[in-house]
Design a protein around this ligand. Structure first.
Ligand SMILES: Cc1cc2nc3c(=O)[nH]c(=O)nc-3n(C[C@H](O)[C@H](O)[C@H](O)COP(=O)(O)OP(=O)(O)OC[C@H]3O[C@@H](n4cnc5c(N)ncnc54)[C@H](O)[C@@H]3O)c2cc1C
Length: 376
């Protein structure tokens, strides 16, 4: 059977693209995943979702993604909560940064606002506010469960006819300047279009075709504590260190912070991460040193030079599309990227002008986009 569309990669991007293609009426969509769904970066992420960025592209696309998260949660029952983001400043210079961010958010209709310590304590009862110089709250932001989101998009897309094959794609087949399918461990699958949504590994798939994807695998670490009752509703960010913490739907605290790292395909565990993340968060959560850490892992951000994704057609080869390079924000962008890619495949154009700014061509033409708020 000749597929209409082959999607390579079964992370949030691949399953969301497949779901939106099926919703548009595509009847023969095949997703290839070499391991289990979510096994790349998706099941290693914190599940944070926000539109409080500083570039027009990020803000416009994420406002739409948040609408879609709401719809998907109602339709498919995905665990999603609009529980906010709270940006914490303990130094005057961080407060100044937050003021700059907030004026950009407000200009684009994202209503972030400064909140007093009393309101912070209401939304985050476990937080020590004695060192608080200022806090910016984003009520539109929230979180979703990566496991639940992938699982429910998988079930819903399968019900609409999407086929999932657990095989590794070794090669994208190109003939006469156009994609014509893939060669996987199970053989050859012909297709009218191919969408590469293979996370950091997308670069390796496209390289043999002469397509150079400026995406680096950047290791990022996260730790998970034991379960607690309600500690804080919003995802919290410490401006000084860039660290984030979120209380998961089960009650665990999931925390991350940057430590010096080189790009790497095989990231290794680092004890330095654990001591740093506990030290940083003890400033706001003084009880943290006595918590039990249940799990610790390393995953990848797929980082581009301007911290924006690479979306849409791969100019030099017809019917070949890519969606990666999310630079730490690929989970939250899943729904809007699914919708935009489905539009590109179906009609040759994305839904929005902002998505059209994010093609691979911007690197060739030196049209990089600026983003100031690259955190969780
Ligand atoms: C610690 C951490 C915290 C994060 N927190 C957040 C957050 O709060 N919010 C947010 O939005 N983002 C966050 N991210 C980023 C987010 O996880 C990623 O941007 C996102 O999951 C990318 O999804 P993806 O589907 O594009 O890629 P992936 O999830 O990596 O999926 C790619 C899939 O392709 C498969 N694959 C690769 N090559 C092949 C092949 N040749 N054949 C078949 N299959 C193949 C892989 O097995 C993999 O399953 C975080 C990341 C980390 C590491």
């Amino acid at each position: 059977m000749r597929a209409e569309v082959v999607v390579v990669g079964g992370g949030i991007t691949g399953v969301a693209v497949a779901y939106f293609l099926a919703e548009r009426g595509f009847e023969r969509v095949v997703v290839f995943e070499r391991s289990y769904l979510g096994s790349g970066s998706t099941f290693k992420c914190a599940g944070g979702i926000r539109a409080s960025f500083t570039s027009r592209e990020h803000i416009v696309l994420m406002k739409r993604s948040i609408e879609l998260w709401g719809e998907l949660s109602r339709r498919l029952g995905i665990k999603y909560a609009r529980s906010g983001y709270l940006w914490l400043a303990s130094r005057e210079e961080d407060l100044e940064r937050l003021k700059r961010y907030s004026s950009i958010h407000n200009q684009f209709g994202v209503s972030t606002r400064f909140v007093e310590p009393g309101e912070v304590e209401e939304m985050a009862p476990a937080l020590d506010t004695s060192r608080l110089v200022g806090a910016l709250y984003d009520p539109l932001a929230g979180k979703a469960s990566p496991f639940d989101a992938v699982h429910k998009l998988y079930l819903a897309s399968r019900e609409m006819g999407v086929e999932y094959r657990f095989e590794e794609v070794g090669k994208i087949l190109v003939e006469g300047g156009a994609a014509r399918g893939v060669a996987s461990s199970g053989g050859i699958t012909e297709a009218e279009s191919v969408v590469v949504a293979a996370g950091v590994w997308s670069r390796q798939l496209l390289e043999p075709l002469g397509v150079s994807l400026p995406v680096e695998p950047e290791p990022h670490h996260a730790a998970l504590t034991e379960e607690y009752g309600r500690l804080f509703d919003p995802l919290i960010i410490d401006l000084e260190s860039g660290a984030y913490a979120v209380q998961t739907f089960h009650g665990h605290v999931l925390m991350g912070v940057e430590i010096p790292e080189q790009p790497s395909w095989e990231p290794g565990e680092r004890l330095a991460f654990l001591s740093k993340v506990v030290r940083v968060w003890s400033k706001w959560l003084p009880w943290l040193p006595s918590a039990n850490i249940l799990r610790y892992w390393v995953g990848h951000y797929e980082v581009t030079p301007d911290h924006h994704p690479v979306l849409g057609p791969v100019g030099s080869i017809e019917n070949l599309f890519v969606a990666t390079g999310f630079s730490g924000h690929g989970f939250m962008m899943g729904p809007v990227v699914g919708e935009e890619l489905a539009s590109w495949v179906a009609s040759g154009a994305p839904r929005t002008e902002e998505a059209a700014h994010l093609t691979l061509r911007r690197f060739e033409e030196g049209r990089l986009i600026k983003e100031l708020a690259v955190i969780g």
